[in-house]
Design a binder for this molecule. Sequence first.
Ligand code: HEC
Ligand code: HEC
Length: 326
Amino acid sequence: MAGVRSPSRRTSRLQLALPGSLLAIAALGTLTLFFHGASAGGQTVSTRVSGTHLTSKSCGTVNIKGVSPVANSGDPFTSSQLKCQHGKIVSYGNGAITYSNPPPSYIAAGRLLFAQTCSSCHGNEANGVDPSGHATIGPNLQGVGAATVDFWVSTGRMPAADIKAVEAERRPTRLSDTQALQLAAFVNSLDPAVPAIPNPHLAGADLAIGADLFSLNCAACHTITGAGDALAFNTNAPSIQNRQITAQQVAAAMRIGPANMPRFSGNLTDPQVRDVVAYVTTEIQHPASPGGAGLGGVGPVAEGFVALLIGVGGLVLICFWIGERA
Ligand code: HEC
Ligand code: HEC
């Protein structure tokens, strides 16, 4: 009996040992993947970035808000192209969007300009602290990334006109495009962060996908026609039919999420952002009005109301006129 039982035990041990070791290998594999993923947020460029133009192996430390596992989702370490120099990110992205930092030679001019036009509200070191150690009116800007600074300055929101306003509105710009880049270079040099400034390549955009993504992600606040609408607490989502808003600013708004607008990072890939930008800068900013007068594109309910008012109102007046004569 014993002679019969022992081989059967041996096979059962073998049967157990095989899946066991497979499991162990799988677990080890997942662990290494996990640690690899975790370290990707910090420092060096890993080999999974293809098509890189690396001049230095390390890309330095950079603030990334919400590292995404999705490829080409707007951060340097998921991008298919990444270029660094002297441990600093120069640019990253792919065929849909290229994100780039202003050249380091802009930093000195930016520092001077910042001291003159921004430091009174944001502190000399852009850290939201004045020389006596008190909090400034404006928030800490360190670690916001070049795109945030460039967006707020190039849309005329900064330097702020009215510090009591609940929302800094878009205004005619007070500084030039180059000055906006100089300020972005200076602020980003204090605590390097992303997103860098996006440059969408609209040539390959798909407007149908853009329209779908717009109605899903943007229409709730900006309305389906982009005319804008009121939000809570006296704030509003501005009209994006405004043709002054450039493709670059639409892409930046999505990646940085200014003020009360959410940041679309990770959940939308660069090609998807590019498609939305193309939709906004064509169909939203230059709408075709096949039904006749566009009525300012305020939306179907308001436009229907105008039709009712003029149509039914006109009929009522005619009825009165006929009644009067009778
Ligand atoms: C009069 C005061 C004032 C001046 C001057 C000023 N800011 Fe601001 N800044 C503010 C306030 C207040 C906010 C917050 C506004 C908001 O959230 O709507 C702000 C917000 C910002 C933001 C957005 C920060 C974020 O985390 O989203 C940026 C970027 C910025 N300022 C850059 C600048 C730059 C660059 C200058 C100089 C050209 C400047 N500001 C000048 C008061 C000022
Ligand atoms: C929760 C509401 C909300 C959603 C959703 C939203 N936005 Fe916004 N958006 C805002 C607000 C609020 C502002 C103004 C921010 C400020 O005061 O600086 C804004 C500003 C903008 C601007 C800058 C306009 C200007 O005048 O400079 C653009 C462009 C923009 N949004 C595009 C989009 C796109 C594209 C989407 C969808 C992917 C989107 N927004 C989704 C609320 C929203």
